[in-house]
Design a protein around this ligand. Structure first.
Ligand SMILES: [Zn+2]
Length: 290
């Protein structure tokens, strides 16, 4: 298990330009959303035993004052933010997550469908070489069996996002029970494995529905989409991926993949794209959540 101190220390050493990710190292209680927390509180209140009744009359002249009623449960955030909608740009992300504005020349790199035992370590080495942070959108059942790779991602100072447990297709068509299970199981696996609690959720294929958005909101997860998809997952060739990524504009959230198959084209493209965008003056920023 990685302690907050260790991860921060490591991060400070490796990624001096993006030195903070404390929000991912929070207590397990934050795994549960406001709705579940409120549910637990009300359950606990209703299950509390009633005070013992005196077995004989109490020998005092004035009636004993009634015990004050239990305090109401603490106010929680509304379960569903009425304006919850997917985040496509850095400006929208900052609005959803709060905090200071990103630099004007910022871009963010997001890497989906891992962790993968071959491609994730290669991409981690590339990111380390160029001192660039990324957000890894992890699939719970890929963390399973590749725990050490998932830990390395966090150890290197990168952020992790919840990308469901099993990457179901058409999540937007699924019922809330299944959507919730996918989110919760992935959230628990990522936290148990890495010590980090994701604050961001990416729906597979960017498939959003009111049900998916409500589930993300209930678990305090920012729904993250992207600005540009180079379709690297379809293996369209290194030049195609490279050119699409080189067309990135400041303020964009870029999408790539380290899982889901042979990612040699993605890796090859990134070896060119990362130094080229840096040379252009772009700043790769970490997507630090709430
Ligand atoms: Zn995916």
């Amino acid at each position: 298990m990685i302690t907050g101190k260790k991860a921060l220390g490591h991060l400070a050493g490796k990624l001096p330009h993006n030195p903070r990710m404390p929000e991912t190292l929070v207590t397990r209680r934050q795994l549960l959303g406001a709705a579940s927390a409120a549910g637990i509180l009300s359950l606990a209140a209703s299950a509390a035993p009633s005070p013992p009744q005196p077995s004989r009359p109490v020998a005092i002249a004035t009636p004993r004052p009634k015990a004050p009623p239990p305090p109401p449960p603490p106010a929680s955030k509304p379960a569903v933010h009425p304006l919850a909608k997917p985040v496509y740009t850095l400006e929208q992300f900052r609005k959803a997550a709060g905090g200071p504005a990103f630099p004007a020349d910022a871009v963010a790199l997001t890497i989906d469908d891992g962790p993968h035992p071959v491609w994730t370590p290669k991409i981690l080495r590339l990111l380390h070489k160029h001192q660039v942070p990324a957000m890894f959108c992890m699939i719970g059942n890929q963390v399973q069996g590749h725990e050490s790779v998932a830990k390395d991602v966090v150890h290197d100072g990168h952020h992790v996002a919840n990308h469901t447990w099993s990457h179901p297709t058409h999540l937007a068509k699924r019922k809330s029970g299944l959507v919730n299970k996918e989110l919760i199981r992935a959230q628990e696996k990522i936290h148990d494995t890495t010590g980090a609690v994701p604050t961001v959720f990416r729906s597979p294929g960017g498939d959003w529905s009111p049900t998916v958005l409500r589930s993300a909101a209930e678990h305090h997860l920012i729904p993250l989409d992207w600005s540009d998809d180079p379709r690297d997952w379809s293996r369209p060739g290194v030049p195609h991926i490279t050119n699409r990524l080189l067309a990135a504009k400041p303020g964009q959230i870029l999408l790539c993949h380290d899982g889901g198959g042979d990612r040699s084209q993605t890796y090859q493209a990134l070896t060119t794209v990362i130094p080229a965008l840096k040379a252009r003056g772009y700043t790769f920023v970490a997507l630090n959540g709430r």
